[in-house]
Write a protein that binds this ligand. Structure first.
Ligand SMILES: Nc1ncnc2c1ncn2[C@@H]1O[C@H](COP(=O)(O)OP(=O)(O)OP(=O)(O)O)[C@@H](O)[C@H]1O
Ligand SMILES: [Mg+2]
Length: 1802
């Protein structure tokens, strides 16, 4: 010992566990005594004291350090001590380099406040005391520093604080993100929801996460949180149904039960946590650390923040409540397990929205479907409990997944952002008993450990080596081999998977395989003794795993029948939970079912590996959580507990490597770039030297750095220094840059302002100058004005003066002239020339007047002219406008009318075409040229045939003018016409004689609505020249022969009217014939026929031109800016330029015209199958041998293998199907034929051998399976509507007219319908063609107004089709929804009729779930849209109906349809046993069970003791009706039989109310009415000879019946007169009594009963002698009963019956197939309340009897065989036709026993 220790000094001493900190208490003679930090005393003898046992403690360990990489003492004791010291001071965080170690304080420490949080912002690691915030900060800023994803891995034991740390990181990130957006809040709020549903109190942690999670927070490049993604791992669902003592179930149950309001709980039928098995199993209901009430509130509010709708939240809690109720269901064993407490069952069912009877049934029995047959086996008690628990687990785990998915949906963001991931996953687990879950969990931890190791150690060392860094290797344990053991090829996981797939695999065989394969692996432990476990040497220690339950858990099978039950749930939520579960079904319908579901371990492995990929792409930070003690208390540091955690988390090695290593490394460039501010002025020849120079400045000794080959290696401490320095330097630089930038910016601003000022000045000056100028100008003008005025006035005065003078002068002149004239006149007078004088005067006057008038007129004329012109113009304008409007209106009306007519025409044409489809015979035409094949072996194009028509403008002609043409695309041909086509029955050119001169003119004739109109040309706007009404005006037609003689033209005919005969002739004889036929047809039609013949076909011969789609090479936009919507169609020899009318039309035309992928020519595809097959084809069904090849998408057939050109192709898509050959037919006939149902038709193919056929069938099937499902527009829209916001709904509807009401039949189905010729199936009563055609037919009925008056046959037709072809149901529903959506006239008769059909359908069956939801949505929308209308009435009623719709077999009867139409109940009459009748009101959903209850109430028999039921009576055959059966379904069945011609018995079909089972043999407590029923039943039994007795007793019984019915016998009257039909009272001996003979329905049809009656009467006659004897005997016996009242007779009668111990049982004839000697072959099986017994027929000799308590199960393994399993005695098997009845009766009795037991009756 080199040093000696003074007492009081602190040292390390080696204890058995580890190095422990201690204080020397005494030292004497080399012996030391220490006080350990834990308080214990420890002694060391002198001989044991050495450097290996005692060491001085370095001051760093004495005071504790923040980063353990700086500890001088390097052993685990030092780390432990350091943590301990810090923990004692509430310093729970400590670094090891960049790794954070966090110790759970188990108390609130004031270190998470906002102020502190913000102080960590942008601080380097190590600058501030260790904190989880520092790690979060580091990760956050590293995003931008490195432009890399970051992740934080938080590990530790359960309760170590992982989840808390995760939450703190999230809190930090969201504070830093500082976006204050909703999504941030939502991410934080996801925690309370996930914790409520995924956390529970365990012994280790009161808030233990029972699932792993990886949260990826995604950031925008501005640093704000954009969204997040949560991935969850392996929820421990077993916890829902099993709890260890001291543990609780998931928090949510207790949250709800304690935090839910009273009303809420009442609505969920809940009470308190101590009442539910699942919550009280662990014995703890609450914990002071858990605030259930508060948590419930936060969950509810978080759900709101998360955007859960109120319905979604309610639905979730409904399932949670349902699980609680489910857990309370208990079972009793009695003939298999039976539900003991029906209230819990009912409650659970109500919560899940399923039928309680069905749920009970599914919990207690198991149904599996094998080869189409479903087989039900009862379960025993333990199995029933298991099924209950598996249901609870499945529901819970799905709710959890649903919630995670829902949360992700809310918070998700695009994947492109950088992210910080936080992994909070279960720590390593090692319990007393470890199971499958622990195996998975530890596997995950092993994987994470590897990641940690790789990151910290191996990659590190590798890097050092590569870079030539001198470095001491650190030992660490590589766990790669252990991982190999688990996950490598043939590793444990692979073996587990293999065994799980193997149906016979068990946990034992699995273990055996494990042992065999890995016994020698050093990481595998084969226990020496235990036979049920194996062990693995994990990095954290050895763990033993119990294999029991491994396979079961790994398979995670959830029974199909339970899935089906939940898929039937009324709750959409529950349905959604199970929507994706494909039920494995051997029938090929369900393709998804064929694919195997991956096992739990495989899924887990996959999710782990994708996690590892995500982690691999990110830079990691590690947080190691440590739990200080197991007691979950603060201030308690249990060293061993912590030490254990430190050891397996590799903490010590981490410290070592961190100390020794250089965690920071940068390539030289990067280093120099980053630290260039520190290297300013450094002169060095190269980068390395430059780096060195920089580093030496800060660490001259080179202690903390090394230079590698490409990189600089730094210790974190040095990096911190460098970073700090860099920041300081940068701050200086920053200041300079800032000042420059600021200077620049300010100068720029100054210049800008100056420019602005100058501009303002300029503008202002301009403005001011302009203003002044204007003012001055105004003034000048004013002055000018005044001056000019002055001048003008002067001028005026002068001019006036001048004028005045002039006038003066003129007047003077006139006066002078006058004077002269006067003088002249006087002179003339004087000269007697008076006449002349006068003439002269007149002339002069006239002259003056004319002059003035002329002047005036010229002025006026000018004015008038101008006005007139104006008026005329106005008038013309107005006229033009009116005309224009009128023309437009007319055009519009005309177009509409034409469109209507045309649409109808199309519909009819389509229908006609569909009927005509598929004619011709390829072979008949000989040859194989393309044209000849086309009508039979047509080359199909995969695309659905497009149909489209409309106007387009087409460029054409030599001068390339644009012309508007009518285009029709049909049958792969695009044709164009001058005008719109299709509205006429016939159109064409004829030459017509007309006019006064009877000239011949070529006219365009259009035959429409029974009228023949003629036009100048076929252009659209052409004016009609005349019209002849063929039906009204034409009295006869002149045939060509007669016409020729009259008008001398060939191919002519005449139309005779009262006024004249119209002659016309056609180009050819055929054309003439066609016209004549058409005209005659119209004349012979009735009015009704005319109506229906509202259209005819478009005649492509009238087309101006056409293009075949197949010839089109490409279609593309021409982008002509002057002409919008133009495109070009390119064919091999032409280019067509087109212009569509609207952008929509444009897109649609391009879509339909664009060439599809062609099959021909792609023969380079690989041939998958080839060979000769015989193909049947053509109308004559001739068979030809063809060479077939199968490629990826198509089947080709060729004449022989050598011809390349195929005769035909069969394209395959997901709607095709292939029907394999019938084995029986094949074997009998040797013809192995199969069908391929393709789009155009079904192919009948024959293979040579069975093997060939099978090969072909499976190859084709495989291709069909591989095709992507076809999705129609309707489906897309339904999907869109499902998620649409309310505000968007109307928009969606309006933009997609396909979902709204149309006035014409559909041209293609709304949903994809499987192809196939249904007539080949030959199953249905009616013959069908294809689903597609049936759908089209139905769509026609929906728009036809004819059926308004009596829609019943139509409704029944549609219903029947839907029942016969269930695959069409969704389509029909969609069609009806379409027709009732947004109808322009919602209250029209046709709309109401469609509503009625929809309602009747709703009462009969529902479509697939997806469409139910759509339907409900539709009904609700209609209700809101049309309140208080007829439509609303039907919508509401239908809504009500679809809530109740139950399974039915038959379409509704007429009676029922009427009831539904009027929304009333249906009144039915039920016959009661004994003769009464009773009327009850039922609806479409009333079950037989409900009717029974109704009748009991009516008859006052509610308290009846025995069991009653409803029977179906037809003739002599009675059949009991299942309680669940819908009564109207039976009415439907009868109606169907009646229509099919079956004849029921004399009374028709009746419902009878009867005694079903006898619970009490004694009659003393029975009410009189019940007694009557019992008596009647007893009589029936006697009459059926089902009561064993001798003949005397039989006579006695008969007499008693007579006495009861007729009273005393009158001895005076002949017996025959008193009892007209003695056979009513005495059962004649007929070997096979009718009542019990099994009469099948086909027998019924043959009126077998009638035949039997005849036989019977013959038989009677031959025994007339015997009959006389019987009558005499009866008379004697009857007379003996004289005086007995009918009650007496009854009791006496019953007493006799009760004397037999078999009374009360129902007797069935059975055969014993085992020919044992002592048991006869024919037996009576008596089923009663006590059990079942076997009697020798007709005797009281009981062969065997079995009580129900000994019966384990019963049922029918095969048809007509009944099997009962008896405890300890094996099985008893019979043959009988009454299997169902027997089982039903036994079940009824067992139910009664269970009921009694429950009621505590025994
Ligand atoms: N930093 C802390 N401050 C205060 N208490 C804490 C802290 N960390 C953990 N705790 C306490 O420890 C309990 C358990 O922590 P937490 O739920 O985070 O453990 P866990 O590691 O997630 O365990 P599990 O694996 O079981 O889910 C918490 O409920 C809390 O009471
Ligand atoms: Mg947790």
């Amino acid at each position: 010992m080199a040093t000696s220790f003074e007492p009081g000094s602190t040292v390390w001493v080696k204890t058995p566990e580890t190095w422990a900190a201690a204080t020397v208490t005494s030292s004497s003679g080399g012996n030391y005594a220490f006080k350990l930090r834990s308080g214990q005393d420890f002694k060391l003898d002198a001989k044991n004291v050495s450097r290996d046992t005692v060491m001085p403690m370095h001051p760093t360990s004495v005071t504790s350090v923040e980063d353990m990489a700086t500890l001088a003492d390097l052993h685990e004791g030092a780390i432990l001590h350091n943590i301990d010291l810090r923990y004692a001071k509430d310093l729970i965080y400590t670094y090891i380099g960049s790794i954070l170690c966090a110790v759970n304080p188990y108390k609130k420490i004031d270190m998470y406040g906002d102020k502190l949080l913000k102080s960590y912002n942008k601080r380097a690691l190590g600058e501030l005391p260790p904190h989880i915030y520092a790690i979060a900060n580091e990760a956050y800023y590293a995003l931008w520093k490195t432009n890399h994803h970051q992740c934080v891995l938080i590990s530790g034991e359960s309760g170590a604080g992982k989840t808390e740390s995760t939450k703190l990181i999230l809190k930090y990130l969201s504070t830093m993100s500082n976006a204050e957006s909703l999504v941030e809040k939502q991410i934080l709020e996801s925690s309370p929801i996930m914790e409520a549903f995924g956390n529970a109190k365990t012994v280790y942690n009161n808030n233990s996460s029972r699932f792993g999670k990886f949260i990826k927070i995604q950031f925008s490049d501005r640093g704000a949180i954009e969204g997040a993604k949560i991935i969850d791992y392996l929820l421990e669902k077993g916890r829902v149904v099993r709890l260890n003592p001291g543990e609780r179930n998931y928090h949510v149950f207790y949250n709800l039960l304690t935090g839910g309001s009273r009303e809420e709980k009442a609505s969920l039928l809940l009470t308190s946590a101590d009442n539910y098995r699942y919550t009280k199993m662990g014995g703890v209901l609450s914990d002071p650390s858990i605030d259930d009430v508060g948590d419930y509130k936060s969950v509810r509010s978080a759900m709101i923040t998360m955007g859960f709708t109120p319905e979604q939240s309610t639905d979730i809690f409904k399932v949670i409540a349902g699980i609680l109720h489910l857990g309370n269901i208990e079972f009793v064993t009695s003939g298999g397990a039976q539900v003991k407490n029906r209230t819990d069952l009912a409650n659970a069912s109500a919560m899940f929205g399923v039928d309680d009877g069905q749920l009970g049934e599914n919990l207690t029995s198991k149904t599996i479907t094998l080869r189409g047959e479903s087989i039900t086996t009862p379960l025993d008690g333990a199995q029933a409990e298991e099924s209950r628990d598996s249901l609870a687990m499945a529901l819970y785990s799905r709710v959890f997944s649903w919630i995670i998915t829902r949360i992700n949906k809310t918070i998700h963001a695009k994947e492109t952002f950088l992210s910080v991931g936080v992994l909070d996953i279960f720590g390593f687990e090692n319990f007393q008993v470890n199971s499958f879950e622990q195996f998975c969990i530890n596997y995950a931890n092993e994987k994470l450990q590897q990641y940690f190791n790789r990151h910290i150690f191996s990659l590190e060392q590798l890097e050092y080596q590569k870079e030539n860094i001198s470095w001491a290797d650190i030992d660490w344990v590589d766990n790669a081999e252990c991982l190999d053991l688990i996950e490598a090829k043939l590793g444990l996981l692979a073996l587990l998977d293999e065994e799980s797939r193997f149906p016979k695999g068990t946990d034992e065989t699995l273990l055996q395989k494990f042992h065999e394969r890995h016994e020698k692996n050093k990481y595998y432990i084969k226990p020496r003794l235990a036979k049920t476990s194996y062990g693995i040497r994990h990095y954290a220690g050895d763990v033993q795993y119990e294999t029991a339950g491994f396979l079961e858990k790994n398979r995670d099978n959830f029974r199909d029948d339970l899935v089906l039950l939940l898929q039937e749930s009324k709750s959409d939520f529950v349905y959604d939970l199970f929507e994706k579960d494909a039920v494995a079904d051997s029938s090929k319908e369900n393709k998804a079912g064929a694919r195997k579901k991956p096992t739990v371990s495989a899924q887990f492995k996959d999710s782990l590996s994708s996690l590892m990929t995500a982690l691999g792409a990110a830079h990691p930070y590690f947080v190691r959580c440590v739990k200080p003690n197991m007691k979950k208390v603060p201030a308690s540091f249990e060293a061993p507990v912590v030490l254990n955690q430190l050891r397996y988390s590799g903490m010590l090695e981490t410290v070592r490597i961190r100390r020794a290593g250089y965690p920071v490394r940068r390539v030289f460039d990067d280093f120099l770039y980053r630290y260039r501010v520190l290297g300013r002025g450094v002169k060095a020849p190269n980068d390395i030297e430059k780096c060195k120079a920089v580093l030496r400045n800060y660490d001259p000794q080179g202690k903390d750095w090394q230079i590698g080959k490409t990189k600089v290696f730094l210790r974190e401490s040095l990096e911190i220094v460098l970073e700090k320095k860099r920041e300081d330097e940068l701050a200086v630089v920053l200041r300079i840059i800032k000042s420059r930038v600021l200077g620049y910016a300010i100068r720029r601003r100054f210049l800008k302002i100056r420019r602005a000022i100058v501009l303002i000045q300029k503008n202002y000056k301009g403005f001011y100058g302009a203003k002044q100028f204007k003012q001055k100008r105004k003034a000048a003008v004013h002055i000018q004005k005044i001056y000019r005025g002055y001048r003008a006035r002067l001028l005026r005065a002068r001019l006036l003066e001048q004028k005045r003078k002039e006038e003066e002068r003129r007047r003077e002149e006139i006066r002078r002239k006058e004077e002269e004239r006067r003088k002249e006149m006087e002179r003339l007078q004087r000269e007697n020339k008076t006449r002349e004088l006068e003439e002269l005067k007149r002339k002069a006057d006239e002259e003056a007047r004319l002059e003035a008038a002329e002047e005036e007129r010229a002025r006026q004329a000018n004015e008038a002219d101008a006005q007139k012109a104006k008026a005329l113009e106005a008038e013309l304008d107005a006229k033009r406008k009116i005309e224009d409007d009128k023309r437009k209106a007319e055009e519009e009306a005309k177009r509409r009318a034409q469109a209507d007519v045309k649409r109808k025409a199309e519909a009819a044409k389509l229908a006609a075409e569909l009927d005509l489809d598929d004619g011709g015979d390829e072979e008949a035409q000989g040859g194989i040229d393309k044209g000849a094949e086309s009508d039979d072996e047509e080359a199909e194009s995969e695309a659905i045939d497009e149909y489209k028509e409309g106007y387009m403008v087409k460029q054409g002609g030599r001068i390339k003018t644009w012309k508007r043409r009518w285009f029709i695309l049909r049958d792969g041909t695009l044709a164009y016409f001058k005008g719109k086509q299709g509205e006429s029955q016939k159109a064409g050119w004829l030459t017509k004689q007309g006019g006064a001169v009877k000239s011949w003119k070529l006219r365009w004739m259009v035959l429409k609505d029974g009228k023949l109109s003629y036009f100048k040309s076929d252009a659209e706007q052409e004016e009609c020249l005349g019209t002849v009404d063929i039906r009204k005006d034409v009295s006869g037609i002149e045939e060509p022969a007669a016409a020729k003689s009259k008008c001398k033209k060939d191919n002519a005919f005449g139309l005779i009217t009262t006024e004249r005969t119209y002659y016309m002739f056609a180009e050819s004889a055929e054309a003439c014939e066609e016209w004549l036929a058409e005209l005659k047809a119209i004349r012979s039609k009735t009015d009704d026929e005319m109506k229906s013949l509202d259209s005819a076909q478009v005649d492509f011969r009238n087309a101006q031109g056409q293009v075949d789609l197949v010839d089109i090479l490409s279609v593309g936009s021409t982008n002509d800016p002057t002409r919008p919507n133009t495109f070009a169609i390119v064919t091999a020899n032409r280019v067509f330029q087109m212009q569509a009318e609207t952008p929509q039309e444009y897109a649609e035309w391009i879509r339909v015209l664009t060439p599809r992928k062609k099959h021909a020519g792609d023969s380079d595809q690989e041939i998958l199958e080839k060979g000769w097959l015989v193909k049947e084809g053509g109308a004559r069904k001739s068979r030809k041998k063809r060479w077939f090849t199968l490629r990826k998408d198509v089947i080709y057939y060729h004449k022989d293998p050598y011809t390349d050109v195929a005769i035909g192709t069969i394209p395959l898509n997901s709607l095709c199907s292939v029907v394999p050959p019938d084995e029986l037919v094949g074997q009998n006939t040797g013809s192995w034929s199969f069908f391929v149902h393709a789009r155009r038709r079904s192919y009948y193919l024959v293979a040579a051998t069975q093997a060939d056929a099978t090969r072909w069938v499976s190859a084709i099937q495989e291709i069909i399976d591989s095709k992507a499902p076809i999705e129609t527009q309707t489906e897309k829209l339904i999907a869109e509507l499902k998620t649409a916001k309310v505000a968007d709904v109307d928009r969606i509807y309006s933009s997609y007219p396909i979902l709204t009401c149309g006035s014409e039949p559909l041209k293609s189905s709304l949903l994809p319908l499987p192809y196939g010729d249904l007539s080949l199936d030959k199953t249905g009563a009616r013959t069908y063609t294809t689903l597609f055609e049936e759908a089209m037919k139905i769509s026609q009925y929906m728009v036809h107004p004819e059926y308004i008056v009596n829609p019943l046959p139509l409704i029944q037709y549609i219903l029947q089709t839907c029942f016969d072809l269930p695959k069409i149901r969704n389509e029909v529903y969609c069609q009806l929804i379409k027709q009732t959506t947004d109808n322009a006239n919602p209250n029209s008769q046709i709309s109401i009729r469609n509503w009625q059909i929809l309602t009747v359908l709703g009462c009969s069956f529902l479509p697939a779930r997806k469409y139910v939801r759509f339907l409900r949505f539709h009904l609700k929308r209609s209700l809101d849209r049309y309140p208080n209308t007829e439509v609303a009435k039907y919508a509401a009623y239908c809504m009500d109906c679809i809530q109740q719709t139950k399974y039915r077999d038959y379409p509704a009867s007429q009676e029922e349809i009427v009831a539904i139409q009027t929304q009333k109940e249906l009144l039915i009459t039920v016959l009661c046993q004994g003769g009464r009748t009773c009327k009850v009101a039922i609806n479409s959903f009333t079950t037989a069970g409900e009717v029974t209850e109704l009748l009991k109430r009516k008859l006052n028999m509610e308290r009846c003791i025995n069991g009653f039921g409803l029977y179906e009576l037809s003739g002599d055959v009675q059949k009991s009706i299942e309680e669940k059966t819908i009564v109207v379904d039976i009415l439907g069945k009868w109606e169907k039989y009646k229509r099919a011609g079956y004849v029921p018995g004399a009374d028709g079909w009746r419902l009878v109310f009867k005694l079903f089972c006898v619970h009490e043999v004694h009659t003393r407590n029975l009410s009189p009415i019940e007694l009557e029923f019992v008596h009647a039943a007893a009589c029936e039994q006697v009459m059926a000879r089902r009561f064993p007795c001798d003949e005397n007793q039989l006579f006695k019984l008969s007499a008693l019946m007579m006495q009861y019915d007729m009273g005393d016998m009158d001895p005076g009257i002949q017996f025959d007169k008193q009892c007209t039909d003695f056979k009513k009272y005495y059962p004649m001996k007929v070997e096979n009594t009718l009542a019990n003979s099994p009469i099948s329905l086909s027998a019924l049809k043959n009126t077998m009963t009638g035949t039997l009656r005849k036989i019977k009467s013959n038989f009677d006659d031959s025994q007339s002698q015997e009959i006389l004897g019987i009558k005499a005997q009866l008379a004697t016996e009857w007379s003996k009963l004289r005086g007995k009242g009918n009650q007496m007779a009854l009791s006496e009668f019953m007493a006799i019956l009760q004397s037999w111990d078999g009374y009360g049982c129902t007797i069935f004839d059975v055969e014993n197939p085992v020919k044992e000697k002592n048991i006869p072959k024919n037996l009576w099986l008596a089923v009663g309340i006590k059990g079942v017994a076997l009697y020798k027929p007709g005797t009281r000799e009981c062969v065997a009897s079995y009580g129900y308590e000994t019966i384990l199960s019963f049922g029918a393994p095969v048809a007509n065989t009944y099997k009962i399993v008896i405890d300890g005695q094996g099985t008893v098997t019979f043959e009988t036709t009454k299997v169902l009845e027997i089982a039903k009766l036994m079940k009824a009795y067992i139910n009664e026993l269970v009921r009694r037991r429950r009621a505590g009756l025994f």
